[in-house]
Structures are given as C-alpha cells and as structure tokens.
Design a protein around this ligand. Structure first.
Ligand SMILES: Nc1ncnc2c1ncn2[C@@H]1O[C@H](COP(=O)(O)OP(=O)(O)OP(=O)(O)O)[C@@H](O)[C@H]1O
Length: 273
C-alpha cells in the first residue's frame, strides 16, 4: 500500500473514460477531492454524475483512466480487493436503496454484519440504534420497515446505513431529491453537521442549488463529457461557460442567491440584537 499524507487528495480521477456500447459518457474526466471538503457535483441530467460516483467506488469499470481513493486504485475491481477501502466509505444511493424486507435497524446492520460477522446481536442493535438517532430519526424508527417511512425519513435511514462503519468518506447521490424545501434544508444541515463532527469528506451529487450554496465548499461541473470547472461558486460565476451561467444565474440560481442573502441578513440581525 502506498504511503499517503494528510493533505493528499482523498479521491483522484485521471483521464476517466466511460462508455456503454457506443455511448461515451465521460471522455477524459480529471478531478481531485480534498480531505474534509464537501464537493458538490452538478451537471445536466444524463451527464454521468452517478456513473462517475459508481466508477470511483469500483462499481463501474471505466474504458480508460485511473481512479484512486485514499491512494489506492479502484478500477479493474476483478483484480483488486476493495474490501479494505469499502469499509472507509459510505454510500447513499439515489432513492435510498434500502432493503424493503428489512427494518431500518436491520438495514443499518447489513454492512456491519458483512465486515464483522462475529459481532453479537445486542452490540449490533446498540450500534444501529446509535446510527438511527445520529441521523435525526426518532428512536422508534429502528423497528419500522422502509414502506412505513416518509421520503425524508428514508433518506435519513439510508444515511444511517451509509454511516454504519464510521466511514471517512461519504458519497451522497441526490440526497435532497424529492424532499420539500424544509425537509431538504434540514437534510443539508444534517450533512453539514455530520461532516463537521465526524471530519468527513463528502462527494455530493445534486441538482439542488440551495444545497450548493448552503453547504458545499467547492462545486465540480460536468458537461461536454468532462469536468469543465471546479471551484467555489464565486469562482464558477466568473466563468463564461453557457451552462454554468444559465445554471447559476437562471431564475432558480437567482432565487438560491436571494435565500443565502436573506439567511445572512437574518443571522447578522440576530447577532446584533
Ligand atoms: N448501466 C447502464 N447501462 C447503460 N447505460 C447507462 C447505465 N448507467 C448509466 N447509463 C447511461 O449513462 C448516462 C449517464 O447516466 P447517469 O445516471 O450517470 O447520469 P446523471 O448525470 O447521474 O443523471 P441524473 O441527473 O438524471 O441522475 C445516461 O445516458 C444513462 O442512460
């Protein structure tokens, strides 16, 4: 295993090319994710955000290119044992991807059982209960089945499972999709607070401009089969790419900026009162 330093990027993608038959999705993706940051990943529908995430975690074999997580390659997974790495990351897939026949607590226990088959039931229950509460679910959500939960609760249950093994790196694929604005804002707050408390690095795919403004340190933009820009929102706003301008300065972008300003004014008013 290669020796890594604390300030090495957690994820490095170089020259990634992905295709499904004739359809080329990525044609030379380069991207670095820094330790401890929340990186937002945006792009039009079908630009390959989820495929990029799947390629990083070794679920999608690229046609060419290299991906390293914590300094270790995740491509060609037939030849590479990812067991050590998968313990270090947690994934919230689009829609939560909970097992519908298992309770919330049992869902959370799935990755724990996989990696620690000898753990006793009582300890598993205790860990699951802790993760459930940690994601803001009521303690009585543990014995419930996914069908008994609201959309927001399902996302939190998926997050509890993603955090089951105390990961250092968290992948979130459109975590606020389908949530009402209040639920989405609450989920953003939860993500930011967990990131801070647990020192996580977060790779966050989203269409939600409010999320980008509220919690992302930097944003990577996928377009034209590449990452066309990475930076803070201010840095991106200074670029004249048409998609970036339309996305951030269109009606929804302007509304998100207005919300940020209103929140800042409220915070200032609170501070001075
Ligand atoms: N398993 C697969 N087989 C064939 N094509 C696929 C597969 N997975 C993804 N694709 C294609 O790759 C492209 C990128 O898909 P992906 O899901 O990564 O897009 P996305 O940017 O995440 O989109 P959205 O924002 O709508 O979720 C799409 O055209 C999709 O149809």
């Amino acid at each position: 295993m290669r020796k890594t330093n604390a300030d090495d990027p957690v994820i490095v993608v170089r020259g990634l090319r992905s295709a499904f038959g004739e359809q080329v999705v990525h044609d030379g993706i380069d991207l670095s994710v820094r330790r401890g940051e929340i990186l937002g990943v945006v792009g039009g529908s079908g630009t390959g955000k989820s495929v990029l995430m799947r390629s990083i975690i070794g679920l999608q074999v690229p046609v060419a290119g290299e991906v390293e997580v914590f300094g270790e390659s995740t491509v060609n997974r037939e030849e590479i044992d990812l067991t050590g790495l998968t313990k270090r990351w947690g994934v919230l897939f689009q829609g939560g991807a909970l097992f519908s026949t298992l309770t919330v607590a049992e869902n959370v226990q799935v990755p724990i059982r996989e990696f620690y088959p000898d753990l006793e039931g009582a300890l598993l229950d205790e860990i699951a209960a802790y993760k459930v509460v940690m994601t803001g679910l009521p303690a009585d959500a543990g014995p419930k089945f996914p069908a008994e939960l609201s959309g927001g609760m399902k996302k939190r249950a998926g997050l509890a499972r993603a955090l089951a093994l105390d990961p250092e790196l968290l992948f979130l694929d459109e975590p606020t999709a389908g949530l009402d604005p209040i639920g989405a804002a609450a989920f953003d707050e939860l993500t930011a607070s967990l990131q801070k408390t647990l020192g996580l690095t977060v790779f966050l795919i989203t269409h939600d401009l409010d999320t980008l403004y509220a919690i992302c340190d930097r944003v990577a933009v996928l377009a034209d089969k590449k990452v066309i820009a990475v930076g803070t929102i201010d840095e991106l706003l200074a670029l004249d790419h048409p998609w970036i301008q339309e996305y951030f300065k269109g009606p929804r972008g302007r509304a998100a900026i207005a919300t940020v300003h209103t929140n800042e004014e409220r915070a200032q008013a609170k501070g001075s009162s």
